[in-house]
Design a protein around this ligand. Structure first.
Ligand SMILES: Nc1ncnc2c1ncn2[C@@H]1O[C@H](COP(=O)(O)OP(=O)(O)O)[C@@H](O)[C@H]1O
Ligand SMILES: [Mg+2]
Length: 453
């Protein structure tokens, strides 16, 4: 092969003379390539343009409904549009009361997908209507106090600083509190001092995904700021949202701020709230869910707005794929199939194989009962949760636990008190198991009645 240079272009004459064997293999491929090239509709296309116009080329008679469906159910995004925000009246009312009447700082916690960010969006709108200045920040692994609160200060006009008159040149220039900050790293004390000078407005600083911030000093500084602001009856209030454990930790580290904080766990949605998600989507997308299909959505979602959106989204598309604008129970079963495919990518294969084997060995009752217990209690549960969510008594719950413990699908979680607590070894397993149960049991009234009670 001396002198062979892979980068040297072949002469056109050589390239056009393939040898006999390759020609037999390649020719049909080239023909196919030409056919595809000639056929405009050959490759999958986007149905909607970037400006959300339905493409005139291709697509079926449901293109428009499909486009609306994408907006109606948004499993991968928080809700920002009030028309699509379902339920949560009580939660929102409680948060607003504690901000407005008690002037507390708020800690909102709950599992992933329970609707914290969506609540923060709607809270932002409500507070903005009441002329609050609302600063929304989504924390990241590398969040620092300096960066986060400098950015917040940039959104507070100097106009509201008691030391500057509204006609001062600085305020007229549109300066902000950030212009008063020193160049060295910002401290809770410095930021608190500045907040104490605000007048004529109120500020809400929302720190979403607070648990994602990895720096211990960031968390300590935020706690320190809460203390500082509370001591001075400031006009600035913080709202922290995130996944449970880490937020309670924040409060526990500095016991003295406990009384300045209102902590609320976002509960599962009620059946009515889940049905409202369905109804909002029906209205937005011009789709109809048949009554049984809507009941299945409630059953599968088990109070999770994320699962409700995911299932409605897939079920809507499944119906349209069948040329219907009415969603039937079978579409919800198809939706469970599609959801399972999505979840599979997030869970290690050995655990999945184990779960499938248990289903095949007829242990689906043990799996379903335990999954329901886990889903009802943010993942950490014991026999009492299994009993309550499945309407069974002691021994049955323990039998179910024993099956899964024997398979090492559960681990024990340290807890106070005599009752043993467990969690699935993979966070996503209860949802996957629950979807698999739904896929096997929805649409089959007899099995359903036997296991669902
Ligand atoms: N009140 C609600 N009404 C309708 N859908 C909701 C509501 N709350 C959450 N969702 C949906 O649930 C999913 C998760 O919501 P999100 O606010 O991102 O949860 P979290 O921040 O707790 O992880 C998203 O698909 C969102 O569209
Ligand atoms: Mg969120």
């Amino acid at each position: 092969m001396a002198g062979w240079n892979p980068f040297k272009r072949k002469s056109p004459a050589k390239a056009a003379r393939p040898d006999a064997t390759t020609s037999a293999v390649v020719k049909p491929l080239i023909r196919e390539a030409h056919r595809r090239g000639a056929e405009l509709g050959g490759l999958p296309r986007f149905n909607t343009t970037a400006s959300d116009q339905v493409s005139s080329r291709g697509g079926d008679r449901f293109s428009l409904v499909r486009a609306k469906l994408r907006h109606a159910f948004t499993p991968s995004q928080p809700v920002a549009d009030r028309r699509l925000f379902a339920g949560r009246d009580e939660v929102l009312k409680t948060i607003i009361r504690s901000i407005e009447d008690q002037r507390l700082h708020v800690v909102l916690y709950g599992e992933r997908g329970i609707g914290k960010t969506s609540l923060m969006h709607v809270l932002t709108q409500a507070a903005t209507e009441a002329r609050y200045i609302v600063v929304y920040t989504s924390c990241g692994a590398n969040s620092t106090f300096d960066e986060t609160f400098r950015a917040a200060a940039e959104q507070i006009p100097l106009l509201f600083h008691s030391g500057f008159s509204p006609t001062a040149t600085e305020t007229e220039k549109g300066s902000t509190l950030a212009d008063l900050l020193p160049s060295e790293p910002l401290t809770p004390r410095k930021f608190g001092d500045l907040c104490a000078k605000l007048t004529g407005t109120r500020v809400l600083i929302i720190l979403d995904e607070f648990d994602r911030a990895e720096s211990g000093s960031f968390r300590r500084d935020v706690a320190e700021l809460i203390k500082n602001l509370s001591d001075r009856l400031g006009r600035v209030q913080l709202v922290l949202a995130g996944v449970a454990a880490d937020l309670t930790e924040l409060v526990e580290h500095i016991p003295s701020i406990r009384r300045n904080i209102f902590a609320l766990r976002v509960p599962k949605m009620s059946e009515t709230e889940v049905l409202q998600i369905v109804a909002n989507g029906e209205r937005e997308a011009d789709l109809k869910f048949d009554t049984q299909a809507a009941a299945f959505v409630v059953e599968v979602a088990r109070g999770s707005p994320y699962i409700a959106n995911l299932i409605c989204h897939h079920a809507g598309h499944a119906a349209l794929d069948q040329g219907r604008s009415t969603v039937l129970p079978s579409d919800v079963a198809t939706a469970a199939d599609r959801a399972i495919l999505e979840f599979q990518g997030r869970i290690p294969t050995p655990a999945q194989i184990q779960v499938r084997r248990l289903f095949d060995q007829g242990r689906q009752d043990a799996l379903a009962m335990t999954a329901r217990g886990a889903l009802a209690s943010d993942g950490v549960f014991g026999a009492p949760e299994i009993e309550a969510t499945n309407g069974v008594i002691g021994k049955k719950a323990q039998d179910a636990l024993d099956v899964l413990l024997g398979e090492r699908l559960l681990r024990e979680v340290p807890a106070e008190g005599p009752i043993l607590r467990y969690a699935f070894v993979e966070e996503g397993l209860p949802t996957l198991i629950w979807m698999m149960w739904a896929q096997r049991n929805l649409n089959q009234p007899t099995t359903r009645a036997a296991t669902a009670s």
